[in-house]
Design a protein around this ligand. Structure first.
Ligand SMILES: Nc1nc2c(ncn2[C@@H]2O[C@H](COP(=O)(O)OP(=O)(O)OP(=O)(O)O)[C@@H](O)[C@H]2O)c(=O)[nH]1
Ligand SMILES: [Mg+2]
Length: 460
């Protein structure tokens, strides 16, 4: 896809397709202005077309028929998102209007933009580094305040600058090593300790950054909390209570929930997805069997399991078996229906698991706030630690991990010998530098760009 032709002028609908006050068709490329002039008729006769000004007028088709009244901004390169000439047509948002204006642009010589192509052009023109381009998508997707703060910082280039500084420092180190290799007479002996010192400094900085992914991943992906237990213990009632809405069907018939019912809320700045599942028991028909299979699959992916039991009913051996199966995973044992006379004793449950125990009534709401706090305590250790630069992308984490491996290897080479194998040190350093370049986009292949920008929506 990146067999990118800057000679093309691209066009796309940049707002969601739907009924709304305003929708935007965006054009970028060398003939963006000329294309827009083909079908835009300003209300004022013969305006002085100035860059970065808004003009009011009509969009008219080839037959002279008015399609919409619009505001158009004309922006001259290079002070634009893509660094190319850009036109943004603010029309009324409706599928028909947006589609007809886009069609006019395409008929006048524009090509339909691919997903993310505007941002790709901004990246290729050097206006954004790759971490900033990726942050555009992250800003769009952020659902919590904290995630948005982190994404906005990335968009400002904070992460890119930090990585570029480290990369530059490593390039300097590599230059010293290579000079000592190439011109030993002129440069004299290179003391391994001095290179090691420089290396350690960068290693520490990168390690801190790599470690921040734990929090970053949570911000980006959120948490999956799976509610499991035998039929009729109140799993769906608990889901509804947590969401504060009647999302799942609740009945007194065991085996009500067959499929996964999932919905998210925000807890302490993190999006938490709750999954209500089919009750665990020997399946009584094919549908239930499939439902229980899904439950097991989801349990395997859970960041936290809420295992629910009915405190008003006697203990069942199946609970012991299910809990034993889940014992390796983080979880909470939740005793429900405490508004009824208790039947299950703590002693009866305690041997089952090392999980903390919480008591609730999904019916009255008793204990729900404490349960939420316990969920946060178990998963986030009480809260999300977001301080300084945080990486949120698996891609970045992967390259940082690789980079650290190379740096550690060169460090070991340096430490092992008074006269280390400098060629190997240089090789490891070179590889480490390449990994950082992949993050910021200084060294990145077309295939990777395709993958990154392919995730974007159309028109961005
Ligand atoms: N008294 C009381 N009844 C509850 C409570 N929670 C759920 N129930 C009742 O228990 C029954 C089963 O509730 P559900 O939420 O459908 O249970 P479930 O675990 O989702 O059941 P399946 O989907 O069949 O696995 C319903 O009649 C609920 O009204 C509670 O805290 N107290
Ligand atoms: Mg249910």
């Amino acid at each position: 896809m990146t067999s990118h032709d800057a000679a093309d002028t691209i066009a796309a609908i940049s707002t969601p397709l739907g009924e709304a006050g305003i929708g935007i068709v965006r054009l970028s490329g060398p003939i963006a202005w000329a294309i827009a002039h083909r079908f835009f008729r300003p209300h004022r006769s013969r305006p002085a077309w100035q860059s970065h000004r808004l003009y009011l007028g009509h969009i008219v088709d080839l037959q002279g028929e008015i399609i919409d009244e619009v505001m158009v901004s004309f922006m001259r390169a290079p002070y634009t998102y893509t660094r190319e000439d850009v036109v943004e047509i603010n029309c009324h948002s409706g599928y028909g209007v947006l589609r007809r204006i886009l069609d006019l642009a395409l008929a006048a010589g524009a090509r339909l933009a691919r997903p993310g192509e505007f941002t790709l052009r901004a990246f290729l023109a050097g206006r954004l580094d790759l971490t900033q381009a990726e942050a555009v998508l992250e800003v769009i997707r952020a659902r919590t305040e904290t995630h948005l703060q982190v994404a906005a910082a990335h968009l400002q280039g904070g992460l890119g600058r930090r990585l570029t500084r480290v990369r530059q420092a490593l390039l300097d180190l590599l230059a010293r090593v290579e000079a000592a290799l190439d011109f030993p007479e002129e440069t004299g002996e290179l003391p391994p300790a001095s290179v090691q010192e420089g290396l350690d400094l960068q290693l520490r900085s990168l390690k801190t950054l790599a470690d921040s992914y734990e929090a970053g991943r949570l911000l980006r992906e959120g948490l999956l909390v799976v509610i499991a237990g035998r039929p009729n213990v109140g799993k769906s009632s608990l889901l509804n209570r947590l969401l504060d809405m009647e999302r799942a069907i609740v009945t007194e018939i065991p085996g009500t929930t067959r499929d996964l019912v999932e919905e998210s809320i925000t807890l302490k700045g993190v999006v938490v997805r709750f999954s209500d599942t089919a009750g665990l028991r020997p399946a009584q028909d094919r549908v239930e069997e499939l439902g229980i299979a899904r439950t097991r699959e989801r349990l395997g992916q859970a960041d936290l399991v809420l295992y629910l039991v009915d405190g008003s009913a006697p203990g069942a051996p199946e609970d012991g078996a299910a809990l034993a199966e889940l014992a390796g995973q983080p979880g909470l044992l939740v005793i429900n229906k405490i508004d009824l006379a208790p039947s299950l004793t703590d002693a009866e449950l305690s041997p089952y698991t090392g999980w903390p125990l919480t008591k609730i009534s999904a019916k009255t709401g008793q204990g729900i706030e404490a349960l939420k706090e316990e969920i946060v305590a178990q998963t986030l250790g009480g809260g999300l630690k977001v301080a300084g630069e945080v990486i949120t992308q698996a891609r970045h984490h992967q390259h940082l991990g690789q980079c650290l491996t190379y740096l550690n290897q060169s460090r070991e080479l340096l430490a092992a010998d008074e006269n280390p194998p400098w060629e190997l040190v240089a090789l490891e350093l070179g590889s480490a530098i390449r990994e950082l370049g992949e993050i910021t986009g200084e060294e990145v292949g077309e295939a990777i760009l395709d993958r990154i920008f392919g995730q974007f929506c159309l028109g961005k």
